[in-house]
Design a protein around this ligand. Structure first.
Ligand code: S3P
Length: 444
């Protein structure tokens, strides 16, 4: 059953998991591949494009802007229209649940000689957009937003001016938004990043032959793109499997006894790898094998086996941006740690698809785990028994999937309400978990 059509999943404790499979393409890279393919000159063929609802939202928006796209399960074909080829949309664009879609596309829309309205679901309408409105306004775009911060946005674009910008938050979406707008600006746009975030946009700018350079400075990275220079088509591109989705299966293999899984062709970009490094520091048996480079992105197979996890782990500062999406599953895994997990400097979690600190803390308490909540993180002593019970995804895909994994080691059944949210990033999630030997029951 596809997870879009279910509402509740009941998970039972598991005694052994086995699996050897690949995963749909990385969500972050898929969004960018579609955006760059659309702005390139000529056709591009994208294989293993993410099946996430979020990435379909990006394709829907591009189609509304006049880009011709063909979608089949194995191939997405995008007819690039070049930097000046997008057309005014007749409808308000809908980014669905996708922060990456609305924030990155805003950068492109700011460079268009027409007005576009863009919104998304309830969650998107609660998430802060001032972080992209501010730099785009400095570049010369006219943007209207509810209370100056929330979607729907109305973006009146045109020829932009280059800026030299230091984002106030560590955010790859903001960085990418400004760099994409920079493609439509006179001169060289510079983004200064004090804390590193995922660098897929930078990798793809190079792949498409943009006039892009980066420089390490005393304050961090300076990323510079010269505008109004045409982009090559992305061409024939295969998206590596999604490490953030892999994280749930790796977590499951580590905490369920007698388990071993191999995940093939997964993206292991260093700007995304902190979860694996933290798990290895905990004593987690996670192996990276057959590493190679594809389209400028590192890719490998990952092997994970049941492990005893140990140590006191205090995570804060620069590492947080590198594992921001993995904190829900890391917390669930850490309930089994012989030691403690402390997370600080993660206030950004409060403005994700849900308030993730609250979603993690409330749901863990519901299944019998004791932990402390901080404004910017949480703290938990490991080695706790999970009782099971009823949790609620709060419409957040990563919360649904993290707690399904938790259910695998609970004493009683764990019911995940709002389980269908998993489709936002991995519609195949529950089938894959079941294929590893997990016992799941679907209820609608
Ligand atoms: C993403 C950046 C991160 C991440 C999100 C995907 C991206 O968001 O949480 O899931 O693809 O650039 P922020 O830039 O808001 O931190």
């Amino acid at each position: 059953m596809n997870s879009e059509t279910i509402q509740r999943v009941v998970v039972t404790g598991s005694s052994r998991l086995r699996g050897d499979f690949s995963l749909p393409g990385d969500k972050s890279i898929s969004h960018r591949s579609a955006l760059f393919a659309a702005l390139g000159e000529g056709p591009s063929e994208i294989r293993n494009y993410s099946t996430a609802q979020d990435c379909q939202s990006t394709l829907d928006c591009l189609e509304a802007l006049g880009v011709e796209i063909k979608r089949s399960p194995s191939l997405v074909t995008v007819e690039g229209v070049g930097l000046e080829g997008l057309r005014e949309s007749e409808v308000m664009l809908d980014a669905g649940n996708s922060g990456s879609t609305i924030r990155m596309l805003s950068g492109i829309l700011a460079g268009q000689p027409f007005t576009t309205r863009i919104t998304g679901d309830e969650s998107i309408q609660r998430r802060p957009m001032k972080r992209v409105i501010d730099p785009l306004t400095l570049m010369g775009a006219g943007i209207e937003a509810r209370e100056g911060n929330f979607a729907p946005l109305s973006i009146s674009g045109g020829r932009l001016r280059a800026i030299d910008y230091t984002p106030p938050v560590a955010s790859a979406q903001v960085k990418s938004c400004v760099l994409l707008a920079g493609l439509f600006a006179d001169g060289e746009t510079i983004v200064r990043e004090k804390m590193p975030t995922r660098n897929h946009t930078e990798v793809m700018l190079r792949e498409c032959g943009a006039a892009f350079r980066e420089e390490q400075t005393a304050e961090g990275m300076a990323l510079a793109v010269r505008g109004r220079e045409s982009l090559r088509a992305l061409g024939s591109y295969t998206v590596a499997g999604d490490l953030s989705s892999a994280a749930f299966f790796i977590g499951a293999a580590l905490i369920v006894p007698n388990s071993e899984i191999r995940l093939r062709h997964i993206g292991i970009n260093p700007s995304r790898l902190a979860l694996i490094e933290v798990l290895q520091q905990m004593g987690g048996d996670v192996e990276i094998v057959d590493a190679r480079l594809e389209h400028g992105e590192p890719v490998a197979d990952l092997i994970a086996r049941s492990s005893s996890l140990r140590g006191d782990h205090d995570l804060g500062g620069a590492v947080i941006a590198n594992l921001i999406d993995e904190i829900p599953i890391l917390t669930v895994i850490s309930t089994q740690l012989e030691g403690t997990l402390t997370i600080r400097d993660a206030r950004e979690l409060r403005v994700k698809e849900s308030d993730r600190i609250k979603s993690i803390v409330e749901n863990l308490r519901r299944i019998g785990v004791e932990l402390e909540e901080y404004e910017d993180g949480l703290r938990l002593c490991g080695h706790q028994r999970l009782r099971g019970g009823r949790v609620n995804s709060r419409g957040d895909h990563r919360i649904a999937m993290a707690f399904a994994v938790g259910g695998l080691i609970a004493e009683e059944e764990t019911t995940i309400e709002g389980a269908e949210a998993a489709s936002v990033s991995l519609p195949e999630f529950y089938q894959l978990l079941a294929s590893m030997g997990a016992t799941l029951r679907y209820e609608s």
